[in-house]
Design a protein around this ligand. Sequence first.
Ligand SMILES: Cc1cc2nc3c(=O)[nH]c(=O)nc-3n(C[C@H](O)[C@H](O)[C@H](O)COP(=O)(O)OP(=O)(O)OC[C@H]3O[C@@H](n4cnc5c(N)ncnc54)[C@H](O)[C@@H]3O)c2cc1C
Length: 509
Amino acid sequence: MNDKKYDILIVGGGVVGTAIARELSKYNLSIALFEKETDVASGTSKANSGIIHAGYNASKDTLKGRLNIESNPMFDQIVSDLKVPFKRIGSLVVGHSQEDKEKLILEKEKSLAQADIDLRVIEKQELREKEPDLAEDAIVALYAPNAGIISPYKLTIAQAENAANNGVEIHLQTEVKQVLHENNYITGIKTNKGEFYGSVVINAAGLYADKIAATVGENYEIVPRKGEYNLFDKKYGSLVNHVIFPMPSEKSKGILITPTVDGNLLLGPNSYVVDDKDDLEVTEQGLNEIWSGGKKLYPSLPGGGVISSFAGLRATIPADPYNDDFKIEALDKPVGFIDVAGIQSPGLSSAPGIAKMVERLIKDISTEIKAPISLKEKPTYNPELDKLPRLDDYKDHREDWHQVYQEDNNYGEIVCRCEHVTKGEIIAELKKSLAPPTLDALKRRTRASGGRCQGGFCGPRIAEIIAEEFNISPLEVTKNGPGSEILMERVKDIKADRDITYRRQKDEN
Ligand SMILES: Cc1cc2nc3c(=O)[nH]c(=O)nc-3n(C[C@H](O)[C@H](O)[C@H](O)COP(=O)(O)OP(=O)(O)OC[C@H]3O[C@@H](n4cnc5c(N)ncnc54)[C@H](O)[C@@H]3O)c2cc1C
């Protein structure tokens, strides 16, 4: 039971919930964020294309169009404050015929009519200069220099850390079961760890936003739409220079090829509705689909270069599952409930704008809620995170790393050979209050075990470091929380103890 009263309770630690938490942390408010999993960025925000779209895909009349356009320029400041890797590499929508060219010109004109987006239709020669190895029949492209690539989970984690540094309480492994309300006013939430009181609840629960909303009487359904991917070794990250899309379909922006901000190559996603909100299975059929999609754009895709496959689920509200919009609104009843639901693509690109929109909604209802609040900025607010030393950042001037490991020897021990991550980097993350002691949490923060060997070599050493730092047994270290322990028993000494116990029991009988 938590007797403390909060001003604002946020449900969900994805890119959206954490962006809202960070935005609101500049005010003198008491805020708590609740995430049911062991870590933030455990839902859709950890498995997507990682693209900050230029903003021409959706109409400005939709929330997703308007918020994408508004958010795109905001990323330069955000990533500079939070030290999150981001590159504006530009995107190309590639056409193969005169008909495609006409469609792209139309797309450009339609987009320019609604917003001032930097867009150009480029012809074969320029396209070849930009992407020499594209399919021979690629003759035209819509070029958007402002599109970028980002690490979606690093952004989410950094937003959460910055919000926490500015006073937001982050409650991990805390599942919100019910939103509490009395006489049409929000009063708090009920979780698996007790009740928390507050007069504003922000529902940013991603795929489960419908379940949360149902507890205040709202009736809509979130339908998951799956997308599968192949991730290629870093060796292939420079095969393409831009985010490369095919001509879009009714269903989606299509199967794209892009370098990731960490230097890998990413291929995917496809797009189809599934029944289960936890269905992250990668299917043979799906992988075949993305493979043939990729081959059309880039015929010499390296078959043997795939190091990992994964899937993500878009949270759609299916009036029309392929053409629906975000649902961001403050309810009239109960007063104090704000829905931020149906945040499918481009939700990552729109997260800063969504946070600003929620801030405006809170200003609007601040005097009407059960315990009115005043949005006074706090002088101590710091939008920045410190930059931690990363060996990978020194790849072109390794000699300067000497200074770092002379100050702390742990920075001299390379633990993950594929991604060049040192023990010092792992320990620095584990010392932060928000880093859960799991292999996946460390992978998301440092990239240790995210390379070609996928943890085969470094996994046991990382588990050992976690055990040392947290003073626990390596048997207690998990992949991503309780139930995912990676070791079963100590082969040598436990076997001996067991035998003794067995003998003792026998003797007692
Ligand atoms: C295949 C695919 C590709 C995409 N590509 C892009 C792209 O390139 N660019 C782009 O802009 N967007 C893209 N998107 C969309 C983008 O990923 C999402 O819009 C964004 O991640 C949604 O963030 P969120 O915070 O709303 O949801 P989530 O990240 O799912 O966060 C919701 C959180 O709430 C938690 N939660 C749920 N229920 C509860 C509860 N009861 N109590 C506590 N916590 C709870 C979940 O565990 C989860 O962590 C893509 C999506 C997919 C699936």
